[in-house]
Design a protein around this ligand. Structure first.
Ligand code: DPN
Ligand code: CA
Ligand code: ZN
Length: 319
């Protein structure tokens, strides 16, 4: 009998889909909600990942550098959290400087794989220190957004893939290895790559990678990132990152790219201090590539705003 079957089907769906009761109860209201409303990422959760990466560096000779035990320990922390959340993870191995390097690739099951959107950052530090801003910050922000995707059971139209690159500090080695190892047919499926390298600088700037010098299609990424900051009333500046981070190999291969950045060794100007606060005449990150790039070397507000920007980009760009 149809009148009995319908409720049984609904009950079965509700047993398997989180939030089914709410979703079935308020269909009209859902239709009026912005389609890609991204969650607010609690910065404390990002800081907790940073604390883990810091502890891992401390227990492994003070760094998370390529070829050192701290690199692999840090990557295993990320992988363990992603595996537990339901990601399909893989390590891609390569060799550089006489040591094995690893990229960590995490796929969120589902979505159109012919339109794969990638979000990544490098997981290695320099050997001088624990690399908490460079690039524990991007690594931790990406991890917390990935875990939030799982918690909320996001079902994007496009396929979503996260990446944590190895040996960036040796010359963008891991990301270049990844892009160059992809057959053309696989590369053609990557609709975009968004990079997060240094997102919690202690004297922060709010930079968005300039799309003008990037492949066609990059404008859309720049706009989504810039719009997030405009919406929270924070001014941004476009920055030419050139070949200084892991988007570069993707750009060379013609993939639309973008990213955000809070600044490294460059000096903050008076004009920039006027709009962003902080200290004019000092570096955005005075501990860039130094032993003092520790948990104290993070601006919590910048880390929070940029982690929310990652979430906004993931929710918006994967449709
Ligand atoms: N990728 C970092 C480095 O080469 O040490 C710093 C950086 C990040 C520079 C983002 C520019 C943009
Ligand atoms: Ca937040
Ligand atoms: Zn660096």
């Amino acid at each position: 009998m149809i009148t009995r079957r319908v409720p049984i089907v609904v009950a079965l769906l509700c047993a398997t889909i989180t939030g089914c009761a709410t979703a079935t109860a308020v269909p009209e209201r859902l239709a009026t909600v912005a389609p890609h409303a991204a969650p607010d990422i609690p910065v404390a959760d990002v800081q907790a990942h940073l604390a883990e990466l810091s502890r891992i560096a401390d227990e492994n000779g003070g760094n998370r550098a390529h070829g050192q035990p701290g690199y692999r320990a840090g990557l295993d922390y990320l992988k363990g959290r992603l595996d537990a959340a339901g990601y399909t993870t893989a390590l891609q191995e390569f060799t550089i400087g006489g040591a094995t390097g690893y990229n960590l690739i995490a796929d969120w099951p589902g979505g159109d794989e012919n339109a794969t959107v990638m979000f990544g950052g490098h997981a290695d530090s320099v050997s001088a220190g624990p690399g908490i801003n460079d690039n524990g910050s991007g690594s931790a922000g990406l991890l917390e957004v990935a875990l939030t995707v799982a918690e909320q059971n996001l079902r994007p139209a496009k396929h979503l893939r996260f990446a944590w690159w190895g040996a960036e500090e040796l010359g963008l080695v891991g990301s270049t290895e990844y892009v160059e190892s992809l057959p053309d047919a696989e590369l053609a499926k990557i609709a975009g790559y968004v990079n997060f390298d240094m997102i919690g600088s202690p004297n922060p700037g709010y930079f968005v990678y300039a799309s003008g010098s990037q492949p066609p299609g990059s404008e859309a990424i720049e706009k989504v990132l810039a719009d997030h900051f405009a919406a929270i009333g924070v001014q941004t500046e476009p920055v030419e990152v050139g070949g200084r981070s892991d988007h570069a190999a993707f750009a060379r291969a013609g993939v639309p790219t973008g990213g955000v950045f809070t600044g490294a060794e460059e000096t903050k100007s008076g004009e920039q201090a006027a709009k962003w606060g902080g200290t004019a005449g000092e570096a955005f990150d005075p501990c860039y590539h130094r032993a003092c790039d520790t948990l104290d070397n993070i601006d919590t507000t910048a880390l929070d705003r940029n982690s929310d920007a990652i979430a906004n980009a993931v929710w918006t760009l994967t449709g």
